[in-house]
Design a protein around this ligand. Structure first.
Ligand code: GLN
Ligand code: ZN
Length: 753
């Protein structure tokens, strides 16, 4: 059995590429120096993979910014506003990625979107009626040749034609069908060129196949690939899928002339069944994605071998591989110098996953039985981090633990009386500007350069100032400002037993941005009160209600590396109980309004609609309900979501049973408000009235107009007035006038009611 991976990370194990690019952006190094740095990283990656014994090493998985953007450039889908700048190819590329503002002009970046169900974001290619699709770049050839010159015949990786056409934005009259033929021609060209250079395998990534496909989608796919495969040269073509199973088109893709098909056996809940039931064409190679490309846990060899065993008779040659590109995991455990071996022995980052593939291969060849035994032993011994009191608490949950009483309408009445807020109450989402001073003090405290007492004094003063400022502006429901928090997950994770933090486990989020998700290690419980001290302090400063500010269980889980030994549902319930404890603690300490942010709830919605409820919402929504079902009727529960793209799950959002929800709306076309109206949305709502992503100050007038539009669709008794999201990335200079205008606008509109 041979081995391969779908792709390798590229940002550098110590984020070298990020730093080199940022230097280039600041004009501290030249393009040639940046290219040199990139080449060095690629050759290091190549070497690590070669040393590991990997049989088929990918190339062209490197990117300066994003693989989809590279594909757009390859096809010549570069909007005229970027070429018009007259910059070098590299700078044109970066202008598409990041926007450009300078002597040659002023253009915004291409849109960016979440890459399937990951926290990685891709640049959305744009095609207009004048776009001329033609082979316009040499990167796949250059990188193949570069590796070949260094002794490795690689497997070039390119995002496939179908996925490109499905994800591109068509801004004119033309659609995907209109440009399909020219796209096909480019792919045929690329395949021919790579074949001529000596490539044996070419991987085309078509992860759009794991989404719901209509009959037309399938026909479109077949049409494209019948043409591409018709012209193929000597190189074998691998159709690579990931992030799920291909249940809608399995037999169709098996019938096409691909030489290999890559299937995801980790996230593809139906993959094994598909192969077992339908068989797999013996003349094709099955690339079996059995090592998880998205998580950091060691592979369970016995389980993996069982999968292989089950399908072995159904197919011909099998190549062992990862479930998706290793882009979504950190580089190497070698950089984790602080984490104890007691943890690390359970982990496998990208580099360690290469060793796993080598070991699995050896085991299937009858060697390395000691490795198999060691792996079995690791998984059979109980792991630290088990907490019986937590699992028992979850096991004891009954239906009534997920129901808050009295029901919504009753609570709404009680709360109107209790708070006596004006119509269209004004509030913010939580954070206030995290100035350099705030970040400096926190960093100094973390490094031990500032003692706890001094740091506390600093934070207290920031909170006092923040409360006074909000009173002066005239907001109705205040916040403490979140100055003590670095990050809305890490801050909570640090106070939860069962969480661990890594040192260098960076994962690319987009472009040069990386995140370092914490790890759910064991059973989760609240080690100590998390927010009570500062919330209580803030409330003591004012007669107005100050919102307690928490992160919800689904968001905490979605932005962490989750456990694999228990279900996501089980983890979500554990975290929900921990946050529930915090809610009750805040309530007991006199906090009357508590916001539980679920910024990332929408993010992990399964790729297939048919899986939305069974695989996700059926535990995610209850987890949120569990957090607040113990709250008293006169405690008001708010939630916040960053995007308003929840028209499809509007009933589920209402089912969260919060009293108030705030969300981003100023950049959307307000159709969400129609959806709220049509569905008789009962939760009170605060659709953001201005965009906090830009330093622009919205005028009073503008906000009034927005409010009138909202009032056309939402009853005044249910409407709140707030910005789109937290203000932490904003400066004080624009924050104060923006909020002043917001309050003035609300007051003006109130008079008309
Ligand atoms: N309460 C958080 C804040 O204001 C919410 C952040 C978010 O939605 N991403 O910063
Ligand atoms: Zn937000």
């Amino acid at each position: 059995m041979k081995t391969t991976i779908v792709g390798y990370p590229r940002i550098g194990s110590l984020r070298e590429l990020k730093f080199a690019e940022e230097k280039y952006f600041r004009k501290e190094i030249t393009a040639a120096e940046l290219e040199k740095a990139a080449e060095k990283l690629r050759l290091e990656n190549l070497d690590v993979q070669r040393q590991s014994g990997l049989d088929l090493i990918p190339s062209n998985d490197f990117s300066y910014y994003d693989g989809m953007l590279d594909t757009a450039v390859l096809l010549g889908a570069v909007p005229a506003r970027y070429t018009a700048l007259g910059l070098s190819p590299l700078d044109t590329y970066f202008a598409m990625a990041r926007g450009y503002q300078g002597s040659e002009g002023d253009v915004k970046a291409l849109a960016m979107k979440k890459w399937f169900n990951t926290n990685y974001h891709y640049m959305v290619p744009e095609v207009d009626d004048d776009t001329e699709i033609k082979l316009s770049d040499t990167k796949p050839f250059d990188l193949f040749s570069e590796a070949l010159a260094n002794g490795v015949k690689t497997k070039p990786v390119i995002i496939g034609a179908y996925t490109f056409l499905k994800l591109a934005r068509f801004t004119g009259k033309k659609n995907a069908g209109d440009i399909a033929q020219s796209v096909v021609n480019v792919y045929a060209d690329v395949i021919a060129k790579l074949s001529a250079l000596g490539a044996e395998w070419i991987q085309l990534d078509e992860s759009c196949l794991v989404k719901d496909m209509t009959a037309e989608d399938i026909t479109f796919f077949k049409d494209i690939y019948t043409k591409i495969l018709d012209k193929k040269g000597s190189a074998k073509i691998l159709l690579q899928t990931y992030f799920g199973d291909v249940r809608d088109c399995y037999n169709d893709i098996c019938a096409l002339a691909f030489d290999g098909i890559g299937l995801d056996f980790i996230e593809g809940i139906k993959t094994a069944e598909l192969v077992e039931k339908n068989g797999f064409p013996k003349d094709k190679v099955l690339f079996a994605g059995v090592v998880n490309g998205k998580n950091i846990w060691k592979n369970h060899y016995a389980k993996t071998l069982a999968i292989i065993d089950d399908i072995k008779d159904k197919c011909g040659e099998i190549v062992l591989g990862t479930s998706c590109s290793l882009l979504h995991v950190p580089y190497t455990l070698k950089n984790e110098s602080k984490l104890s071996d007691d943890y690390k022995k359970y982990f496998a980052y990208a580099e360690e996953k290469l060793s796993e593939l080598a070991e699995l291969k050896a085991i299937t060849e009858g060697e390395c039985s000691d490795k198999l035994e060691a792996n079995k032993a690791l998984f059979s011994q109980p792991r630290s981090g088990a907490d019986k009191s937590v699992t028992e608490r979850v096991a004891k949950l009954t239906d009534k633990d997920f129901v808050r009483l009295p029901e919504f309408a009753e609570r709404e009445k009680i709360q109107k009386k209790e708070f006596g807020l004006p119509l269209l109450p004004t509030t913010t989402i939580g954070s206030f500007p995290q100035t350099i001073e705030v970040r400096k003090n926190r960093a100094a405290f973390r490094k031990g350069e500032l003692c706890e007492a001094d740091y506390d004094k600093f934070i207290s003063q920031k909170i006092i100032d923040c409360i006074r400022l909000q009173e002066k502006i005239g907001l109705d429901v205040l916040v403490h400002g979140e100055f003590e928090r670095n990050d809305m997950v890490e801050y909570f994770g640090e106070c939860l037993d069962g969480y661990i933090f890594t040192e260098k486990a960076w994962v690319q989020s987009y472009g040069t941005r990386c995140v370092k998700p914490p790890v759910v290690w064991g059973d989760i419980s609240r080690a100590k009160p998390i927010t009570v001290k500062w919330s209580k302090f803030a409330q003591s400063l004012t007669d107005k209600p100050v919102k307690g500010m928490l992160t919800g269980p689904v968001t905490i889980l979605n932005w962490s590396f989750p456990r694999e030994d228990i279900s996501l549902k089980e983890s979500a319930m554990q975290i929900a109980l921990a946050i529930r404890d915090e809610v009750l603690d805040l309530e007991a300490n006199g906090i009357k309004i508590i916001q539980v942010d679920e910024a990332a709830l929408r993010e992990k919605l399964p790729l297939r609609r048919s899986d939305w409820h069974s695989e996700y919402l059926d535990w995610a929504i209850p987890a949120f309900r569990l957090v607040h079902s113990g709250a008293k009727a006169d405690t008001q529960i708010h939630t916040h979501m960053c995007y308003s793209e929840f028209a499809d799950i509007i009933k589920d959002i209402d089912d969260m049973d919060a009293d108030v929800i705030t969300f981003e709306a100023s950049r959307s076309d307000l159709t969400i408000l129609d959806v709220l109206k049509e569905n008789n949305f009962r939760t009170e709502v605060g659709p953001g009235v201005y965009d906090i992503h830009s330093p622009r100050v919205p005028s009073e007038n503008e906000i009034e107009n927005a409010l009138h539009k909202m009032l056309d669709r939402i009853p005044a008794q249910k409407l709140w007035v707030n910005p789109d999201c937290g203000l932490k990335t904003r400066g004080e200079a624009e924050t104060v006038p923006s909020l002043e205008n917001l309050v003035a606008a609300a007051k003006n509109v109130r008079k008309t009611l």
